[in-house]
Design a protein around this ligand. Sequence first.
Ligand code: NAD
Ligand code: GLY
Length: 370
Amino acid sequence: MTRRIPVGLGDRAYEVLVGDGLLDAAGEHIRPFLKRGRTAVVSDETVWALHGKRLSAALARAGIEAHPVIVPPGEQTKSFEGLADVSDRLLALELDRGDLVTAFGGGVVGDLAGFAAAIYKRGIDFVQIPTTLLAQVDSSVGGKTAIDTPRGKNLVGAFHQPKLVLADLSVLTTLPEREMRAGYAEVIKYGLLGDRDFFEWLEANAAAVLAREPSALTHAVARSVEMKAEIVAEDEREQGRRALLNLGHTFAHALEAETGYGAALLHGEAVGVGMALAFRFSSQQGLCSGQDAERGVRGVADAGLPVRMDDVPGHPFDADRLVSHMAQDKKAEGGRLTFILARALGEAFVAKDVDAAAVRRFLVAEGARA
Ligand code: NAD
Ligand code: GLY
């Protein structure tokens, strides 16, 4: 059964559809957003080789011409060069403002194609068809689009909401196990930050979700999207509550910066360690009970995700370097550190002005080099 989750953003409202086999009906779903019967499909080589024929056939059945714009897989594609390449290929297709870009892939493709759509001829519509668990529960919803620069991740971008998100669970059958676990970090994040019941449900059902058992996976994706949609509708531009979605991310970004944003540590894995550190730091600061912190960390570890810095290649990390990455984080204000910390399982809050020296001491106690 397809779940329809609204993202209530006034005249930019849209729906996220979660279901098994949605790809085969993509044409019918996309057709109402088209003025001409064509779309540029931005995808990466891996996704296109696995699922491109199925999408092209579905679009053709609805009388839509698909123009593939295929990019190399991997984070390095989310760059100025990648953006220039995609923009140039959209121009070569003579796409105009009445046309639509379809982003068909993981978060890399969604962020890159979404940003290209945001700036192409001052803005063109786009649709997200996310193909990783991470993209289905997080990056395809909420309108954050960006590329990386040599100075850091996601530093150049725009808010540009899609017209529609089609999260087809059937494409996850080809997703490598490690990517599935990395996506699961963003799923459990919703329980940890704001829904204790969902966290407890995940404690009991993690194995079924990771095994892609259809009903468990549907619930996990739909509940995650529901929470994200609700938060984005309330705080689209991250003036307040949306920052909760960054639980674990301040620690995670510092570790990703140290490991080079690559295969050594996937983003979701970094978020796993980051959430564990955020809960342990909250407990150490007397904000959250040790029992809740341990239980939260266990939930992450039970999914096979790293929860300690010494689980990460490159350990031991230098505490000062980690803190300096944190100070450059987009969430840092005037050099002070902002973290998402927790009072309990399902009760995260934004902590501004966190003492960098306390974070440094904590990191050293956790095994970082002093
Ligand atoms: P990704 O897009 O690199 O995909 C991971 C790998 O899986 C790639 O090699 C890809 O080719 C492959 N793949 C994708 N779908 C597949 C499928 N169905 N079967 C087999 N292989 C498949 O990575 P990701 O984890 O999806 O996304 C990470 C990116 O998302 C990062 O750049 C991160 O910054 C961004 N992100 C953005 C937001 C946002 O709100 N915009 C939120 C979280 C993360
Ligand atoms: N992934 C964090 C956000 O969308 O705000």
